[in-house]
Design a protein around this ligand. Structure first.
Ligand code: UGA
Length: 456
């Protein structure tokens, strides 16, 4: 069988020789986890600093639990990293493509330069049968295009196959989502490629994880649709949150009530500041742009609204800050709790918290930001804010506090103690994690997005 001319069986696992091209969140996690499952893995990146860091056992971003997996795999001798593409082609029978597809600088479409660059780099070195497996989130149609390119430009020609295997991992849960996913989805054109991927994922499939086998375009669309649905769910609840604020209703009670219906489900119905990060915002835009290219743009018109509702969450938080300070933000000491796009991450790409911080600075506020792990990344994006080293330092003398990323330590804030630390007990809870009644009782004026304002 192709792609399986490798090491003999170790236990129930057929050890595969794997490469992972691109070592960002997705690639670093995939490489470490595949090696931890027992495969022989080589990770490739064009960035020598990333490669050096990973080879030394240090994950260059914050991802709980990943350091331990990486170090275990390195110590077992099953994982190494390189900047030499020839090493990758020589080592592996299965190549996972894990490079980024950010938003283009000048349009909503995906910037495909990393994907195209990786294939251009790899193809001339593929001189024997192998399977290239795309994991990056790409516009539908990419897989078919790359399959043809690989066959046309690789020395091994038609012996180079391509499959698509979209990734659903969440930052902050990357390891668990990789080794125990809800499902595995593979797009294949040849049953032999399905068999190869079944061998790669054998230890995961042994735990009854469902495997969905599809064609190439379906597998690409599964990923785009999943992220579009999640974004739509969040924007739906945030749209209803606007109605709650206009009517005195409570979005958290409403979400609990509709979420009890199993057809709806409570997850991803947390109203507040909306979604950010390196995936959902750019993916819905790229999906919409691709639909337009395909002449069916209207079918995804709703994603424009999803995006607009999401941007309005940020505007509503700023409006609440202006309202609580009687439009007098200029010169005010404003403390922002959280800079990462979500807790358990140091990722500040399209962070809603930083978008609000930048707006408040525009209004003349003296903004101090505290995030348990993302201060450094945030300071390159919003350099005009002050960054506090501790929560206490951040709160001292604050005339308005905004909770913008729901780290556990912010959820656990004690309203009485916190009141003694600030100059003015004014709070905006943009993630609906504080009990407004308790905070108002402790003497705070608190505005929760989707629950309105409570006074002491
Ligand atoms: C998202 C998807 O959840 C993953 O399945 C997917 O693999 C990944 O994108 C990707 O395409 O790589 P991620 O960006 O890590 O994962 O983060 P999520 O947990 O989805 O959160 C996204 C944003 O939505 C965060 O800013 C979060 O604060 C916000 N959110 C989430 C809400 O505002 N409300 C909710 O109820 C849930």
């Amino acid at each position: 069988m192709r792609c399986n001319r490798c090491d003999p069986k170790a236990g129930n696992l057929t050890v595969m020789r794997i490469s992972v091209i691109g070592t960002g969140y997705l690639g670093a996690t995939h490489a470490a986890c595949m090696a931890d499952l027992g495969h022989e893995v080589i990770g490739f990146d064009v960035d020598p600093e990333k490669v050096a860091s990973l080879a030394a056992g240090t994950v260059p971003f914050h991802e709980p639990g990943l350091d331990a997996v990486l170090q275990r795999a390195l110590a077992a001798g099953r994982l190494r990293f390189t900047t030499a593409i020839a090493d990758v082609a020589a080592h592996a029978d299965v190549h996972f493509l894990c490079v980024g597809t950010p938003q283009s600088k000048d349009s909503n479409a995906a910037d495909m330069s990393q994907v195209n660059g990786a294939i251009d780099l790899l193809a001339p070195h593929l001189d024997r049968a192998c399977l290239v497996v795309g994991k990056s989130t790409v516009p539908v149609g990419t897989a078919q295009r790359l399959a043809a390119q690989l066959q046309d430009t690789s020395p091994a020609g038609a012996d180079v196959h391509l499959a698509w295997n979209p990734e659903f991992l969440r930052e902050g849960h990357a390891v668990a989502d990789t080794v125990a996913p809800d499902r595995l989805v593979i797009g294949v054109t040849d049953p032999a490629d399905e068999a190869t991927l079944r061998q790669v994922y054998a230890p995961i499939l042994a735990n009854d994880v469902p495997l969905i086998v599809a064609d190439l375009p379906t597998s690409e669309l599964v990923k785009a649709s999943a992220n579009a649905f999640l974004a739509t769910k969040i924007s739906f609840i945030n749209a209803i949150a606007e109605l709650c604020e206009a009517t005195g209703a409570d979005i958290t009670v409403l979400a609990d009530a509709i979420g009890r219906d199993e057809r709806i489900g409570r997850r991803f119905l947390n109203a507040g500041l909306g979604f950010g990060g390196g995936c959902l915002p750019k993916d819905i835009r790229a999906f919409r742009a691709r639909a337009t290219e395909l002449g069916v743009g209207e079918s995804l018109d709703l994603l424009d609204d999803v995006d607009a509702i999401n941007q309005r969450c940020r505007t509503r938080a700023v409006a609440a800050a202006l309202s609580l300070t009687s439009q007098q933000l200029a010169g005010k000491s404003v403390t922002i709790l959280g800079a990462a796009f979500k807790p358990d991450s140091d990722d500040v790409r399209d962070s809603p918290a930083l978008a609000v911080a930048a707006e408040l600075i525009e209004h003349g506020a003296q903004v101090t930001i505290f995030d348990p792990v993302a201060n450094q990344n945030a300071s390159t994006r919003v350099p005009t804010a002050t960054y506090a080293h501790t929560l206490e330092e951040a709160l001292a003398g604050a005339e308005l506090v905004l909770l913008l990323t729901e780290w556990k330590q912010f959820q656990d804030l004690d309203p009485i103690k916190t009141k003694s630390q600030v100059a003015m007990p004014l709070m905006i809870d943009a993630r609906n994690v504080l009990d407004p009644q308790q905070w108002a009782h402790a003497g705070w004026t608190i505005h929760s997005l989707g629950r309105g304002t409570r006074h002491p």
